[in-house]
Design a protein around this ligand. Sequence first.
Ligand code: SF4
Length: 77
Amino acid sequence: MSAEEVVVSVDTARCVGTGLCAATAPADLELGPDGRARPRRARSTEVGELTEAAELCPMEAIAVHRAATGEQIAPLW
Ligand code: SF4
């Protein structure tokens, strides 16, 4: 069985460009030329890093969903 794939999204209207997420999940998130975070690829298997990034974001700007079902897995609160 292959690793689960997830999709990360960033609400750029909320992002204030701390860079915290890019430091936490560097394979999947980066700061763009506008100073806001953005995904680096359409899908990822780095579930742990992305979940941590979503939970650390002070603006709650990051969401992580299961690619297969669309279920949101982070943040959960
Ligand atoms: S941690 Fe949140 S506020 Fe900071 S750059 Fe990432 S998305 Fe933007």
